[in-house]
Design a protein around this ligand. Structure first.
Ligand code: AMP
Ligand code: GLY
Length: 421
């Protein structure tokens, strides 16, 4: 099979790395890819939302299967685009259609879905410009911290958690009346603040049955001890030590099963990965959000732990026989630590030469590109170094040894991933 992976981050490099190990994978392409995918696939310089460009490449390179990494092309309807065009409708797309991708594209849609199917989540109300004052009144009647969420995609910045009532009311007005996040905040969700520890659950479904991938936990803050600004993710571990058999059964029965069944009941055909962001409140799991893709950097620990051939899993999704597949998981634990550009998540420079990548294993490229014979930085998150171990200490030791060998001007990474385990 010829396979195309859409995207150019650490998640997509990890998918390419794994697909490249499949005997069934003849030619592997990445669009646009990065310097890491260039080592195991052929990069095609096309933007992830350039559907016409993607179509041309699919025809030119005789692609049989397209794996969509990021949410943006899914929410914009890449799967529907393929289905509606006779010249490419035979090509398999792993990733949901637009209607299903609304689970990530609209938080109001996701909350209504959870309410309808009795899936545990934070209590909420939604507001628009037409009822701002009701929103302010709602804030007055709940206790802080106040959680305000822009309905639409806002590049990961649409969630505000605020302690002060006046500030929360002001932000609500900014979002609804001043379009703080553009049309993404024309509707705002105000929800109950949940106290607990977060984890990420990934499901692969063919629309009928599903497999649950190993659980993971990411570390979102830039600073040690989980302090400072939010980032795209500074590291991740898998499995998650606090997920006991009892918690994992609850996640399956109360959340994953009703989600898959709910999609079917609503007539939403879902094919691809579903990322359920969870929070453990006491002993109960609740859903914080749905994403219609894999998480990053969780992918960098989850995918390496899957022993099953990834392409045969995707074929099973295409052929709707995922119920026949038994997922084999490596019993080793995995940890990844993200090396980022100096200044990130605020302003940072790109184009810094990266050294020390020779003889490393499982160093997944997030923001890199080739420049002549060099590999240079090309984003805030640059490289994710993953290692296996019998326990987290061992895995993290190996990862930090690898990171000591790698260098670029301004390199920064958290030294405390897994500190809370
Ligand atoms: P989201 O974009 O929905 O994932 O939200 C971003 C982050 O905000 C989450 O990863 C949580 O850390 C936090 N968050 C979102 N909703 C809540 C909530 N209801 N209670 C507490 N924290 C939340
Ligand atoms: N690591 C969280 C995300 O991918 O959204």
């Amino acid at each position: 099979m010829n396979v195309l992976v859409i995207g150019g981050g650490g998640r997509e490099h990890t998918l390419c790395w794994k697909l490249n190990q499949s005997e069934q994978c003849h030619n592997l392409y990445a669009a646009p890819g990065n310097a890491g995918t260039a080592k195991c696939a052929t990069n095609i310089p096309i933007a992830v939302t350039d559907f016409e460009g993607i179509k041309e490449s699919v025809i030119q390179y005789r692609i049989d299967l397209v794996i969509v990494g990021p949410e943006e092309p899914l929410v914009k309807g890449i799967n529907d685009f393929f289905l509606e065009d006779k010249t490419i409708s035979h090509v398999g797309v792993i990733g949901p259609q637009k209607a299903a991708a609304t689970l990530e594209g609209s938080k109001a849609f996701a909350k209504e879905f959870m309410l309808r199917h009795q899936i545990p989540t934070a209590i909420y109300e939604e507001f628009t410009a037409a009822n701002v004052s009701e929103g302010e009144l709602y804030l007055e009647n709940i206790s802080p911290p106040y959680v305000l969420k822009a309905d639409g995609l806002a590049a990961g910045k649409g969630v505000l958690i605020i302690d002060d009532l006046e500030e929360a009311k002001n932000e609500l007005r900014q979002m609804l009346l001043k379009k703080k996040f553009g049309i993404a905040s024309s509707k705002v969700i105000i929800e109950e603040f949940l106290t607990g520890i977060e984890l990420s659950c990934f499901v692969l479904t063919d629309g009928e049955s599903y497999v649950t991938l190993p659980m993971a936990k990411d570390y979102k803050r830039i600073g040690e001890g989980d302090t400072g600004l939010n980032t795209g993710g500074m590291g991740a571990i898998s499995p998650v030590p606090f997920v006991t058999k009892s918690l994992s059964d609850k996640i399956d029965k109360k959340i994953v099963q009703p989600t898959i069944e709910g999609l079917k009941e609503d007539g939403i055909h879902y094919k691809g990965f579903l990322f359920i962001g969870l929070i453990k409140v006491g002993e109960e799991p609740k859903v914080i959000e749905y994403n219609v893709r894999l998480g990053d950097p969780e992918t960098e620990v989850v995918i390496p732990r899957i022993k099953t051939d990834l392409l045969s899993l995707f074929r099973a999704v295409q052929e709707k026989r995922l119920n026949k597949v038994k997922l084999e998981i490596d019993s080793n634990v995995a940890a990844t630590v993200m090396a980022v550009s100096g200044g990130y998540p605020k302003a940072y420079e790109k184009g810094k030469k990266i050294t020390g990548l020779e003889n490393t294993n499982m160093v997944f490229h997030a923001g890199t590109r080739n420049e002549g014979d060099d590999v240079v930085t090309n984003g805030g998150r640059v490289l994710a170094a993953t290692s296996f171990g019998e326990n987290f200490n061992e895995a993290l030791d190996k990862t930090y040894k690898t990171l000591k060998k790698i260098n670029f001007q301004g390199v920064n990474y958290r030294k405390d991933i897994g500190f809370d385990l």
